[in-house]
Design a binder for this molecule. Sequence first.
Ligand SMILES: Nc1ncnc2c1ncn2[C@@H]1O[C@H](COP(=O)(O)OP(=O)(O)OP(=O)(O)O)[C@@H](O)[C@H]1O
Ligand SMILES: [Mg+2]
Length: 307
Amino acid sequence: MNTPDPQPAPTLAKDGGEDPAARTPAATSGPTGASTAAPFGTVDAVRVAGVTKTFGTRKNQVTALSEVDLTVRAGEFIALIGPSGCGKSTLMRVVADLEQPTGGTVEVFGKTATQARKDQDYGIAFQQAGLLPWRSVAGNIALPLELHGASRSERKQRVAELVEMVGLTDFAKSRPDQLSGGMQQRVAIARSLAERPRLLLMDEPFGALDEMTRERMQAELARISVETGAAVVFVTHSIPEAVFLADRVVVMSARPGRITEEVVTGIGRDVVRDQRLREDPAFFTKVTEVREALHGAPVASSGAEER
Ligand SMILES: Nc1ncnc2c1ncn2[C@@H]1O[C@H](COP(=O)(O)OP(=O)(O)OP(=O)(O)O)[C@@H](O)[C@H]1O
Ligand SMILES: [Mg+2]
């Protein structure tokens, strides 16, 4: 299942750095990304093993996930791509403990998904920003901190850091309806980072953005993920977005959703993700590789939307 990499190692380090392929995190791992040498730490962020999820009644069943295995190392950035309806959101919801698997096991930092949720080990940002319209930008970002009892001064300091991180300092007092869609999404991302999660679960967070904003947000997310060292599981329909952001692109097939392939991008986390990377021939090579993995999978004809 794991495709050996037939391409020459990409040389994407632009600033005289070492060849990032030499630091490829999952170069020796199987399709489940089972841990080998661990540049990302020792305890895996996510371990999904043999997870199956069926919806519906006995007579009218939909198998959304079938025997899914996925391991995400601490600090690793995974992009999850696959045709519409293949179970990507279901997988995210299972990891986030918003949905119970029908079979198999889920561990988040070595704990049950439920325990990890209680311990606030992860932040969530989904396609809709999901902001509270009556609260300001600062109020929205502070919400998880308030819910978990952070003091007023702690909240103030953390919110100031976060609005700066996502470039919204001047808009801290604005309400969501005074912001563009991209700015709202940045608020949602800041909120997901509020409690410094070691894991971010992001389900098409940039799906509704225009291309320019989207590219800017991708660069910001790449920067934030390096700064915070958080592991990220990022669902997208965009192949270039997946390659741009991820250490590893995991490809799912149409229903019943299962992981069919994965492509290690070979782009080190410390490689600056900017326009030069998008124009690098090695980047295109990886985009093609993911495209072939996606189309080579037994997908339904109407399935994959690419941008
Ligand atoms: N609560 C539910 N009840 C019944 N069926 C569901 C439920 N949630 C998801 N499904 C089904 O599970 C399958 C996978 O859905 P899911 O939302 O995970 O797909 P997806 O890969 O995220 O698709 P998209 O790319 O369109 O967001 C679909 O067939 C969907 O109809
Ligand atoms: Mg979805």
